[in-house]
Design a protein around this ligand. Structure first.
Ligand code: ADP
Ligand code: ASP
Ligand code: MG
Length: 420
């Protein structure tokens, strides 16, 4: 008998029929003698609908209230799933994040889980119940509802699996595993049987929304075995077959690892580029710009500052597109007057495309092939950043799909991977 956490995303919970299928699948695991905790997302489209309503009222809505609104999506789907389980003859009980409780900090709309009290859940499991816990949400020290950022149900599931010491966390979604890139953009993308933890961490952080980055961080920190698999198969397929399907995140770089130089291509449309013009090239200026931005809780990604010509320089960085307005406000009101920069330029029509692979550590010329491929397609690179196992570029967003497809091909991911 094992303790397993299942997570079902929005599409998997997208209709009453799909919820009934989830209940059938969970009932199968329960009938086989396993203890099961299920973490559902809101029904597909629901979180967007709720946040859209809020934005109709306010262009810069208060985060606390946004979380109050957005968290209702998961609450509804959790109650519906508990009912569907009961209809399958399974004793089931649902909990909101605050009832567990899932404790978080107070960074509304992107809160971080700090602690999960598993006592109540454990007691239900011991009593033979399936426990349903809302994904995406928690509670802060004030007792206020928080949410974990878009895609946050993945993180809820892995964190709950860690808190319970679960044997495995199964992330059921609308594709049958982790692919070399988003199969919706590149139909030739291949499913990976295993992906290394490090590569998954990079791919998630660079925009592959198949897993939220923090869920991968939790998996690494607490060594939770995570498998990504399809919720759209026959819910009654044999358990052993199900356990062999999908993609396993592995912590070992063993012979099972696929030995491609580049394992995947990630991309993100959620980018916006900010450039400060006429920045005095003096010590402390980067901190004078980015300090207030960080103090406002805005994450900065790529940063570029060049050598000055005649004492002033350009300073560019990227932020998440939905934080652009706030970042701009901080710059206009606090930074520009303080450092006496000339002006602030913003560009929302950009995206980030990245190549990821642990094979990049031991190979030269990988980034060069990336740049050459983009050049052949006439795609201009606006920013570049590299680390040991990834190279990212910022380009105009209308070229995103072309860039992803041509890189996927150039690195041999369409066919057999390039052997290291
Ligand atoms: P869920 O609602 O189940 O959480 P998401 O939409 O958040 O599902 O994530 C699954 C989607 O992630 C897929 O439908 C696919 O379009 C996208 N995706 C992006 N990159 C990848 C990748 N490398 N492998 C698989 N899916 C990917
Ligand atoms: N419902 C939330 C979202 O759409 C969380 C999730 O699906 O993981 O972002
Ligand atoms: Mg998701």
């Amino acid at each position: 008998m094992a303790l397993i956490v299942h997570k079902y995303g929005g599409t998997s919970m997208g209709s009453v029929e799909r919820i009934k299928n989830v209940a059938r699948r969970v009932a199968k695991w329960h009938a086989a003698g396993h203890k099961v905790v299920v973490v559902p997302s809101a029904m597909s489209g629901e979180t967007n609908r709720l946040l859209g309503l809020a934005r109709e009222i306010s262009a810069m809505p208060d985060g606390r209230e946004l979380d109050m609104i957005a968290a209702t999506g998961e609450q509804a789907s959790s109650g519906l799933l508990a009912l569907a389980l009961q209809a399958e003859g399974v004793a089931a009980r649902s909990y909101a994040g605050w009832q567990v409780p899932v404790r978080t900090d107070s960074a509304y709309t992107k809160a971080r889980i700090q602690e999960i009290d598993a006592t109540r859940v454990q007691a239900d499991l011991d009593a033979g119940r399936v426990v349903v816990i809302t994904g995406f949400q928690g509670v802060d020290d004030n007792g206020y509802i928080t949410t974990l950022g878009r895609g946050g149900s993945d993180t809820s599931a892995v964190a709950i699996a860690a808190a319970l010491g679960a044997d495995e966390c199964l992330i059921y979604t609308d594709v049958d595993g982790v692919y070399t890139t988003d199969p919706r953009i590149v139909p030739e993308a291949r499913r990976l049987n295993v992906v290394s933890f490090e590569e998954m961490l990079e791919m998630a952080s660079l925009g592959s929304k198949v897993l939220q980055i923090r869920s991968v961080e939790f998996a690494g920190k607490y060594r939770v075995p995570v498998r990504v698999l399809s919720s759209l198969t026959d819910p009654l397929i044999p358990l052993d077959e199900e356990m062999r399907s999908g993609t396993l995140i592995t912590f070992e770089e063993d012979e099972k690892m696929e030995s491609a130089v580049v394992s995947g291509i990630a991309f993100s449309r959620d980018e916006a580029k900010i450039t400060l013009v006429g920045v005095p090239d003096t010590p402390g200026v980067a901190s004078a710009i980015l300090g207030p931005v960080a103090a406002a809780g805005i994450d900065v990604d790529m940063i570029i500052q060049n050598q000055s010509v005649e004492g002033t320089t350009l300073f560019s960085f990227t932020v998440n597109r939905n934080e652009l307005l706030r970042a701009r406000q901080v710059l206009d009101t606090q930074v520009v007057p303080a450092i006496k920069a000339r002006e602030v330029l913003t560009d929302e029509k950009v995206c980030k495309v990245s190549i990821v692979g642990i094979g990049m550590r031991s190979h030269v010329g990988v980034a060069a092939l990336m740049f050459e491929t983009l050049a052949k397609e006439g795609i201009n690179i606006r920013m570049i950043s590299t680390s040991e196992i990834k190279t990212s570029v910022v380009i105009e967003d209308k070229y995103m799909e072309l860039a992803v497809r041509s890189l996927h091909k150039a690195f041999g991911l369409d066919g057999e991977p390039k052997v290291a």
